[in-house]
Design a binder for this molecule. Structure first.
Ligand code: NAD
Length: 283
């Protein structure tokens, strides 16, 4: 049987968690987003964060930057937000504006770095220590949790090795005792790896990259890709959902695009904000 795990069912659980955590707090958590105005997808991503955050009792403020913003101005914004106790989360949209260097990102307060962008938080993940981890890979892990899928002993193939998705996923899956293969743009013949995998996660940003014949043996497919083809949003996986659901052989899972990992990611940003506030003694 093929099962499509929609983000919606996960979100209803996460919403309750957020509500519960906020019930003991007397204020409104505040997230600041430094938005790269040169990048159109960032603008629509931020709009959706704004909508979800406000619906769930969070305040959002925007700092619009572009390639004319000086390094000093960027530092000034980040330092002000990092030291202001009223600010609980800071996100810098990617791609960064040209002057947004890593040493500027690293000035973000570690417990306000709600998308795990600083070196401190990246190292925490690598060392399996407490920290704020990137939201998208955290969202992916929620899909396994949702259906109680056991990763121990499974062979998982990650397609994509970015610092925001593929690489952090490697550490998160390893922690669950999966055996990992990471494919990327220089991998020869991805099918050779995916056709043997139990789990395939695609985060390449290439439409139609993963086709049905490449994942015949997999029991869990996660599509992180968000691509626009002919004005429609599609993932990296070229899988017919209806056909997938009709498959009667084994129990198999897939995350859809749209409506899968994407919307859950925003909720992980909110949960990270609350976790950071706890660490700062605010809730
Ligand atoms: P990125 O461009 O930083 O990294 C893409 C990775 O895929 C690279 O490691 C590259 O080596 C690999 N890759 C590229 N082409 C490939 C190919 N033909 N075969 C194999 N590997 C290839 O992108 P990213 O920021 O990691 O995002 C990846 C995708 O995930 C994009 O579609 C993006 O829109 C989406 N995304 C979704 C969410 C979400 O919340 N669902 C969040 C972030 C990114």
């Amino acid at each position: 049987m093929g099962m499509i795990i929609s983000g919606k069912q996960i979100i209803s659980r996460l919403k309750e968690d957020i509500k519960e955590q906020l019930s003991s707090y007397n204020g409104v958590p505040h997230i600041s987003i430094i938005l790269n105005m040169e990048d159109e997808p960032s603008k629509s991503y931020v709009k959706s964060i704004q909508k979800t955050a406000e619906k769930n009792g969070f305040n959002i403020s925007l700092y619009k930057v572009d390639n004319n913003t000086t390094e000093d101005e960027l530092i000034e914004i980040i330092d002000a937000l990092s030291t202001d106790n009223n600010i609980d989360g800071i996100i810098v949209t990617r791609p960064y504006v040209t002057r947004m260097k890593k040493d500027i990102i690293n000035r973000i307060h570690k417990w306000k770095d709600i998308d795990g962008q600083t070196d401190w938080n990246m190292i925490s993940l690598y060392k399996n220590e407490d920290g704020l981890y990137p939201a998208t890979p955290l969202a992916v892990m929620e899909f396994f949790r949702e259906v109680n899928y056991k990763l121990r002993g499974k062979h998982a193939v990650i397609v994509g090795r970015s610092k925001t998705v593929g690489l952090p996923l490697f550490f998160m899956l390893l922690r669950e005792d999966a055996t990992l293969t990471v494919c990327h743009s220089k991998t020869d013949n991805i099918k050779k790896y995916t056709e043997k995998a139990d789990v395939v996660i695609s985060a390449a940003g290439v439409p139609h990259l993963i086709t049905k014949d490449m994942v015949e043996n997999a029991s869990f497919l996660v599509d992180v890709g968000i691509n626009v083809v002919d004005g429609k949003i599609v993932g990296d996986m070229d899988i017919d959902y209806e056909e997938f659901e009709k498959d009667e052989k084994d129990l198999k899972f897939i995350t859809p695009v749209p409506g899968g990992v994407g919307p859950v990611t925003t909720y992980m940003l909110l949960l990270n904000t609350l976790y950071g506030m706890k660490q700062r003694g605010k809730i």
